[in-house]
Design a protein around this ligand. Structure first.
Ligand SMILES: Cc1ncc(COP(=O)(O)O)c(C=O)c1O
Length: 337
């Protein structure tokens, strides 16, 4: 079985495994206060050109989302996101369990617009309703789409005008930044968002997300929130070491680019063979629409993520490439498609 259903089917990039072994017997302080975490923080601040940013390492995406949101909002405040947002659809109500409502906006492609946010702020006024205080976006989105620099700038403006924090979930940030049509840099994201995270779990790490806080209002006591929510890893150096490797020699972008180029190759073959898509994008997640007959022929050899039924005889699936995808597996799939 060749797994294309997600981008976290394997362990970690070999350079990370080597470094974990090399450093295994080092004695370090716990809870992210070691030399490796500090070095990784410096590398991330430099990559974002954000020397004043606070950087915290968390184990997973759901944990990063709920910790950031719970730390930023007061009890009566809510977060705005797309109806397809990971925090809304796939996190078991983790944000709601922290006491905050998610206001969802309709979206066909996983993105939300500045106008939608502005309209939402106009609608939610007064103490009989929750108060919007944060906008959550993911980049790339759950549907593999990305925000352009212009779109992110517009969102940032509307957020600042309405006193909202802009939070970017970057579980797949590398694959977004390496897309052939991307216009954003890490530096832009640091300048336009108040807080965001750089995903490691799906981009070469065994596990780990690096939360980058640029807005000084969000910095105080963040470690208390991490600890109280159970997110402070005693052997925190395991996170620091992984991000140190990912941000040395541009490894993060190199492996993201590798995955996106394989996805481009697969996408070109799908398009040439006449397949259409649930949503078009240029990142590592592809959403082709296939006949149920074709899916039946492929199911013994390949694993895809079933997305949704399109009509009586067709369904949309998700096919992912990753830093670990083998080129020969993509070629085999192209042949079978
Ligand atoms: C956009 C996005 N954010 C967050 C997560 C959550 O990550 P985790 O499974 O590590 O909690 C995912 C997982 O698929 C995701 O796709």
């Amino acid at each position: 079985m060749i797994r294309f259903n997600c981008d976290y089917s394997e362990g970690a990039h070999e350079k990370i495994m080597e470094r974990l072994i090399q450093t295994n017997m080092e004695q370090t302080p716990g809870y992210g206060e070691d030399y490796h975490c500090e070095k990784a923080r410096e590398l991330i601040r430099a990559a974002c050109n954000a020397p004043e940013a606070d950087v915290h390492f968390l184990v997973g995406g759901t944990q990063a989302n709920l910790t950031v949101i719970a730390a930023a909002l007061r009890p009566h405040q809510c977060v705005i996101g797309a109806a397809s947002a990971h925090i809304h659809v796939h996190e078991t109500g983790a944000v709601e369990a922290c006491g905050h409502k998610i206001l969802t906006l309709p979206s066909e492609d996983g993105k939300i617009t500045a106008k939608q946010v502005e309209d939402c702020c106009r609608e939610y006024v007064g103490e009989h309703m929750v108060q919007p205080k944060m906008v959550y976006i993911s980049n790339s989105t759950e549907l593999g789409t990305i925000y352009s620099k212009e779109e992110l700038s517009e969102l940032s403006k509307v957020c600042r005008r309405n006193h909202l924090y802009l939070f970017m979930d970057g579980a797949r940030l590398g694959y977004g930044l390496a897309a052939s049509d991307n216009t954003l840099s890490l530096e832009d994201i640091a300048a336009l968002c108040d807080v965001f995270y750089i995903g490691g779990t799906k981009v070469g790490a065994l596990f780990g997300e690096a939360v980058v806080i640029t807005n000084p209002e969000l910095k105080p006591d963040f470690r208390y929130f991490i600890k109280q929510r159970g997110g402070m890893l005693a052997k925190g150096r395991l996170l620091g070491i992984q991000f140190e490797v990912l941000f040395e020699d541009n490894l993060y972008m190199k492996i993201s680019s590798y995955a996106d180029r394989l996805a481009d190759k697969l996408r070109a073959a799908l398009t040439a063979a006449g397949y259409s898509y649930l949503v078009e994008n240029q990142t590592n997640q592809i959403f082709p629409i296939m006949s149920d007959e074709k899916l039946g022929q492929l199911q013994d050899k390949y694993c895809f993520n079933y997305e949704r039924r399109i009509d009586e005889t067709h369904s949309a699936v998700r096919i992912c490439t990753s830093w670990a995808t083998k080129e020969e597996d993509v070629e085999a799939l192209i042949k079978d498609l």
